[in-house]
Design a protein around this ligand. Structure first.
Ligand code: DGL
Length: 292
């Protein structure tokens, strides 16, 4: 199995931004980061061998995510973005509060929930928010908790709807089929039934931007959709401006490297669906230390 270079012993002065996801979905976030920030080197890691995370327990998602973050640090990433909502919901807080200081002081891990929440605070008119996500993200209650904490008192109600079928529909390339419309319509109707006053909906899963056409068809008019890719990319740009100490550690060659824990050929064929371009991937194993 081929491996990328090990930097664990001699941390480089500069390294790529790590973008982690349970599989392919984070490519929708990576795509927007590349558009907003063409200069930084990016290192994408998809844990395709263990995807999906959305139906897994807290402990398992935390352990898998921590392993991936450690791996990306060992590759020299000064900053890792958890592009996966489930990982952001179930692992980010523990990693930031318990692990980071011990495993990699001075490095940073950010997620996709806080940027989405801050965006909601700016766009909601009446404070009624809906969240669509995986069962794991929804049951973690991360969005309601973070909206309460970071939306500056702008949010008066948050309701959520788990959409367990949407990820498999996307991964089977059923983006435009009547079956997909049926499930999308059903989940949106259920969400709106919980609070008909909703004016802002967070698409709280990496895969949902690929279903935007169907989502728009069934979402009542006037509702603002939070599409996380552009939001995360723009908030990351601000973050790097505000944190020159981190920005200085990021290498600026404009390259993107794709790593997967599954077969590279599988990743390459699916990546085209999420990224709109062909890529070359490398298979890596997270449980063994990378060798040079
Ligand atoms: N990337 C996950 C998320 O955003 C969806 C896929 C999965 O369940 O692993 O929640």
């Amino acid at each position: 199995m081929s491996q990328v270079t090990d930097h664990s012993d001699h941390a480089p002065l500069r390294g790529p931004i790590g973008v982690f996801d349970s599989g392919y979905g984070g490519l929708t976030v990576l795509r927007e980061i590349r558009k907003a920030l063409p200069e930084p080197d990016l290192l994408y890691l998809g844990d395709n061998a263990r995807t999906p995370y959305g139906t897994r327990s807290f402990r398992v998602v935390y352990e898998y995510t921590l392993e991936a973050v450690r791996y990306l640090f060992a590759q020299g990433c000064p900053l890792v973005i958890l592009a996966c909502n489930t990982a952001s919901a179930k692992a980010l807080r523990n990693i930031q509060q318990q692990d980071l200081e011990r495993i990699a002081p001075g490095r940073r891990v950010l997620g996709v929930i806080r940027p989405s929440v801050e965006e909601v605070a700016e766009v909601t008119r009446n404070g009624h928010v809906g969240v669509l996500g995986t069962p794991g993200t929804v049951s973690s209650l991360s969005y309601p908790i973070e909206l309460e904490k970071w939306a500056g008192g702008k949010v008066v109600s948050t309701v959520q709807e788990a959409c367990p079928i949407w990820v498999p529909l996307v991964e089977n390339n059923e983006l435009d089929s009547p079956g997909t419309d049926w499930f999308v319509e059903k989940n949106i109707r259920q969400l709106m039934g919980k609070d008909p006053l909703i004016d802002t909906v967070i698409l709280g899963c990496t895969h949902y931007p690929l279903l935007l056409k169907s989502i728009r068809k069934f979402m009542p008019p006037g509702i603002t959709l939070i599409d996380q890719g552009p939001v995360v990319a723009s908030r990351l740009t601000d973050y790097l401006d505000r944190h020159p100490d981190i920005n200085r550690q990021i290498s600026q060659g404009g390259s993107t490297l794709f790593l997967t824990t599954e077969a590279a050929s599988l990743f390459e064929s699916m990546a085209a669906l999420f990224l709109g371009e062909t890529v070359t991937a490398q298979t890596v194993s997270l449980d063994t230390p990378p060798s040079s």
